[in-house]
Write a protein that binds this ligand. Structure first.
Ligand SMILES: Cc1cc2nc3c(=O)[nH]c(=O)nc-3n(C[C@H](O)[C@H](O)[C@H](O)COP(=O)(O)OP(=O)(O)OC[C@H]3O[C@@H](n4cnc5c(N)ncnc54)[C@H](O)[C@@H]3O)c2cc1C
Length: 486
């Protein structure tokens, strides 16, 4: 019998997850990736001897007892070469009064007065509700599975408290939730955890993962983790072609083909792990007009950011690892005003900078795609990027003077950078999930033989949905092709 085949568009975390499972299950799999390496938006890169981490800030499922951990092990994402470091405090507020840490168990927060005590009690209560909440990693019904992952009814029962409080949390923003605290310092600290305008469920879910000792940072960051997955796939006999963008999909009978500049690849299963929101408009002969695609087009809101990385010829290891800095003077960048910035400091981590030097990075959130697109069109893109970098160094340099005096190298990515390298819609890296917001997903199985995977097939985005959807897609394909899932 001839071996069944799959072609996957994209070597991001979801594409790699799908690929490893398919290849393990005996389906000969080829990945076509437009970029020069694996990881998609979850990546890091080097500039003049400094490494900028442009992806993982925390990895859910890093803790052994969390079900998702199995996927990271099975896909080779976590190995001996990237042990996980679990930072505590998670963030430290830096303002004119000094510092205040946000520890995993919330001790040490500045709590004064009855209102703050009640707000802290409420926060602890919601976190307690999420103590046993995990993304279940199950198996598709009717699928032959070598190593089944049964999820017991008791596991679901333990998650009930989280389910009960979820509608309440989804109905308000993280910013609104933080306002229950009177202390502006606690509010500012909580604003570091997730984007304040998304719903409070994301805040509690994220803090909940820290509370149970999950959400760590694997040594070597995004690139090592993605490279580990790619190496695992190759070791299983798979093939990756970098620098090979898929240009179009076509179908004859039930067999789909992927067209690149030079070749056409047809397979029993074709998987689109590239951003589904972009794919529905760009990868098909005609833009897709299915109901879900129309809804995605009109309803999906994107999360965008500007990434700044600075290599500094100074040892910044006396500064906290992750800081929420209240700026003495606001930062004006890309038509937006930032009064606070979250700064990650890699000074204490091995391999990010030459001896005695440091790297700091920062994500400036907000919908700036239109701003940068206009700048590209009128020729001011480079100048405007330089202006943002200068303004950032000026503003943060008031708090970390070495930034003004000892800059070795800077780098900046805009949503246009993400669009160019990873093909994401509006250069986004997640889907925005506001209070009361609906999410619009692509289906895992679109037509027989054609599948989607990745963060736009699951809820708002991030590495867990990327990995989980990758596994579900691989299981769906195995089921359709009558193959045992390994
Ligand atoms: C700065 C930053 C920080 C983040 N921090 C975290 C964090 O701390 N924790 C967390 O969980 N998540 C985080 N995320 C989000 C997380 O990285 C993403 O949600 C996840 O990696 C998405 O994976 P994906 O496989 O669905 O998509 P992608 O990463 O977008 O992968 C799609 C792949 O398809 C390729 N591709 C696109 N079009 C084509 C084409 N036509 N032909 C061939 N290949 C194509 C792309 O190049 C890419 O490699 C962060 C993201 C960013 C950018």
């Amino acid at each position: 019998m001839t071996r069944q085949t799959a072609v996957i568009i994209g070597a991001g975390i979801s594409g790699l997850t799908t690929a490893v499972y398919l290849q393990r299950s005996g389906i000969q799999t080829l990945i076509l990736e437009k970029a020069t390496g694996p990881g998609g938006v979850s990546t890091s890169w080097k500039r003049k001897g400094y490494t900028f981490e442009g992806g993982i800030h925390w990895l859910i499922g890093a803790k052994k007892e969390v079900p998702l951990h199995q996927i990271w092990l099975e896909t080779g994402a976590l190995q001996e070469n990237n042990p996980v470091y679990f930072k505590d405090p998670i963030y430290t507020l830096v303002d004119e009064k000094g510092t205040m840490p946000l520890y995993r168990d919330l001790h040490g927060l500045e709590i004064t007065g009855l209102r703050d005590r009640l707000a802290l009690w409420r926060l602890r209560f919601h976190l307690a509700c999420f103590k046993h909440f995990h993304q279940p990693i199950g198996d598709l019904r009717g699928l032959k599975v070598r190593d089944p992952k049964p999820f017991s009814a008791w596991e679901y029962v333990k998650m009930l408290p989280a389910v009960v409080v979820t509608p309440f949390l989804m109905a308000q923003s993280a910013r609104g939730y933080a306002k229950w605290f009177k202390s502006p310092r606690v509010r500012a600290l909580l604003a570091a955890v997730v984007e304040p305008d998304i719903n409070a469920l994301s805040l509690i879910y994220t803090l909940g993962t820290f509370q149970v000792g999950d959400s760590g940072y694997p040594k070597g960051g995004s690139l090592r983790m993605a490279q580990n997955m790619a190496d695992t796939f190759l070791r299983c006999g798979g093939e990756i072609r970098y620098h090979t963008p898929a240009l179009e999909l076509s179908v004859e009978g039930k067999r789909w083909s992927v067209h690149t500049k030079d070749e056409v690849f047809s397979a029993d299963a074709v998987v689109v792990s590239a951003d589904a929101r972009s794919a529905i408009d760009t990868l098909f002969k005609e833009p897709l007009q299915d109901g879900w695609a129309k809804k995605m087009r009109s309803g999906l809101r994107t999360t965008q950011c500007m990434f700044l990385g600075v290599g500094v010829q100074a040892d910044l290891s006396t500064y906290p690892r992750s800081m929420q800095i209240v700026l003495p003077h606001s930062l004006e960048a890309a038509g937006r005003t930032y009064k606070t910035v979250v700064v990650n400091n890699y000074a204490a981590e091995e391999g990010y900078a030459p001896e005695g030097c440091s790297v700091i990075t920062c994500l400036l959130h907000g919908p700036t795609y239109g701003y940068w697109k206009a700048a590209k069109e009128d020729g001011s893109y480079v100048t405007k990027k330089e202006a943002v970098t200068v303004a950032f160094i000026e503003a943060v340099g008031e708090v970390i003077p070495a930034l003004r005096d000892a800059v070795a190298v800077t780098d900046m990515a805009t949503p246009l950078t993400y669009e160019r390298y990873c093909g994401t819609f509006e250069g986004s890296y997640m889907t925005d999930w506001p209070p009361f917001g609906r999410l619009y997903h692509a289906p895992i199985r679109y037509r027989y033989g054609l599948y989607f995977t990745g963060q736009r097939t699951a809820y708002s985005g991030g590495l867990p949905p990327a990995a989980q959807s990758g596994r579900v897609t691989a299981q769906t394909i195995c089921k359709d092709l009558g193959v045992e899932f390994i």
